[in-house]
Design a protein around this ligand. Structure first.
Ligand SMILES: O=P(O)(O)OC[C@H]1O[C@H](O)[C@H](O)[C@@H](O)[C@@H]1O
Length: 524
């Protein structure tokens, strides 16, 4: 296709959502009108399924749950007035809580005001808030400086505590977990609570919870009299929870315009309810994913926003796309091994890292460029007539054309600026694209059965560790001997690995042998 033909194709296929200043350019994807025609019946079924879901159908059949994240930004669409009220009440409570924290009406135990916020959560209870905090916040904007703990890594937690340093006594901790029982989050909370105790502070006077009603976390918050509790509902999935209290509470505390984020999401929702793919960017995106990957995930999605503020977008999308679509079985129980792999950081930075392979190497991906029109910054010229922003934009268009010239497909999402409305719109765009694509490939986007296997196995490892550690004595023993002694001879490898770890942390003594089987362990 020559430049003239591409220009025509661009104009013919561009899909614009004027209300939020977002457009989707699919001209650099390999498809024609016949493809769209062929996909129409499947897409119509996907639209119908989405309509049902929005009306409150059980869209997550094996967990027997409704899927209601769209109601969070249009509560009047919730299937019952109770739900409508609850959504509105929660938003009002979060707005009120943040206002009281900012005014000092709610204040820490010893200081006149909170100045920091530490959010503890993982997965869906971290990735959206982290993305939004980084995209929209910064010096001069943040009313509370945001910090995050999203792991059970003691060193990572200690580093965050060190960053808070002497400001711990003016830090508001928000513990977020839908289930209220996620070990990583619980561990982070316990270590942080201990840091407050060590500083002579009452953790409860610095803590708020976002969690399911009656969960373990909720019970702890009630029992200890935390500052506030906000609900997570079973009809909101973790990875689609940015417009629930999970996103609203930390965002509002940081001082971000979460109302505008909700409006942007609501406007994108309106545009993506259209049953005409040419006018519906979520449907067009889902179609492009299907055509690019043969509906089987045969190509990876590389996400390249040309804007530092959108760096965490690809990490956020990784969970949204891969946890939703990465499924072994389809809705009829057939083995399908579905999914689309997502990775990426930002342009033009990645140009100097892996774009070499994208341009010249294995052609197993399609790109999603995110193009931001307004530069921000101060527009200093680095050459006559050219600013750093002109370079950034030039690199985007240049890279895209160089890749296209070598048969590398891409979609380009253009936004006017990175603000709360746009970020809300981008989140809503991908949420719906994932939902529609899941229908096209007939998988349940709203469960994550595969995650449980790893959690179960980890619990078994900790049980083995417990037994192996109590079996240690002054006499050196090999992993095989210890495994046999605790009645789990088949677990010798696990015994070896956990004891190697305990020894590295001064909780066992190790005498290395010529090979792991000859290595012996003793009590420390
Ligand atoms: O919010 P939580 O219940 O703590 O869950 C946090 C995360 O944990 C799980 O492993 C799920 O796979 C994720 O979907 C979820 O977002």
């Amino acid at each position: 296709m020559n430049a003239q033909e591409l220009w025509k194709r661009y104009q013919r296929t561009l899909c614009q959502v004027a209300s939020v200043g977002v457009s989707l350019d699919v001209s650099r994807m390999a498809f024609d009108d016949a493809d769209l025609e062929r996909m129409k019946p499947a897409l119509d079924r996907a639209f119908a399924a989405m309509d049902e879901l929005e009306k409150g159908a059980i869209a997550n059949p094996d967990e027997n749950r409704m899927v209601g994240h769209y109601w969070l930004r249009a509560p009047e669409l919730a299937p019952t007035s109770d739900l409508t009220d609850e959504i509105a009440r929660t938003l009002a409570a979060a707005v009120d809580f943040a206002a009281q924290v900012h005014s000092g009406a709610i204040k820490p135990q010893r200081k006149p005001r909170f100045t920091r916020m530490l959010s503890i959560g993982i997965g869906g209870s971290a990735l959206g808030p982290m993305f939004v905090a980084d995209a929209l916040g910064g010096p001069g904007i943040d009313k509370l400086q945001p910090h995050f703990i999203d792991n059970t890594d003691p060193d990572g937690i200690a580093r965050e505590v060190a960053r808070l340093g002497a400001n711990l006594d003016e830090t508001l901790v928000v513990v977020m977990s839908k289930s209220g029982g996620t070990p990583e989050t619980r561990n982070g909370m316990l270590v942080i609570a201990e840091a407050y105790r060590a500083a002579g502070l009452d953790f409860a006077k610095h803590a708020a919870a976002v969690t399911g009603d009656g969960s373990k976390l909720d019970q702890a918050a009630v029992k200890e009299g935390w500052l506030a509790r906000f609900p997570m509902w079973d009809w909101v999935g973790g990875r689609t929870s940015e417009t629930s209290a999970v996103g609203l509470v930390p965002g509002l505390l940081q001082g971000l315009d979460m109302t505008a984020l909700l409006e942007g999401a609501a406007d994108m929702d309106k545009a993506t309810r259209a049953h005409d793919a040419a006018k519906n960017p979520a449907a067009l995106l889902a179609l492009m994913w299907f055509l690019a990957t043969d509906g089987k995930g045969r190509k990876d999605m590389v996400v390249l926003p040309y804007k530092d503020r959108l760096l965490l977008f690809s990490r956020y999308l990784q969970q949204l796309v891969m946890e939703s679509l990465g499924k072994r079985l389809d809705l009829d129980g057939n083995r399908v091994d579905q999914g689309i792999s997502v990775y990426g950081n930002k342009g033009s930075t990645d140009q100097h890292a892996y774009v070499q392979q994208l341009r010249d190497g294995v052609n197993n991906f399609f790109l999603t460029f995110v193009r931001v029109l307004e530069d921000g910054g101060d527009g200093v010229e680095v050459e006559p007539g050219a600013t750093p922003g002109d370079y950034l934009h030039g690199f985007l268009l240049g890279t895209r054309e160089a890749l296209f010239a070598n048969d590398r497909q891409s979609v380009t999402i253009t936004v006017t600026r990175v603000d709360a409305r746009t970020v809300g719109a981008l989140i809503a765009l991908f949420e719906r694209a994932v939902g529609l694509y899941a229908s096209l490939v007939n998988v349940n986007a709203y469960h994550q059965p595969g995650v449980e296997a790893g959690k179960k196995a980890a619990a078994e490892v900790l049980a083995i560790q417990d037994k192996a550690a109590s079996a240690l004595s002054a006499t050196p023993h090999t992993a095989d001997q210890i495994a046999a002694a605790v009645g789990a001879p088949e677990a010798a490898e696990a015994v070896y690995l956990v004891l190697e770890h305990l020894a590295a942390n001064g909780r066992a003594r190790v005498t290395p042998g010529e090979h792991p089987g000859a290595t012996t362990f003793q009590a420390p």
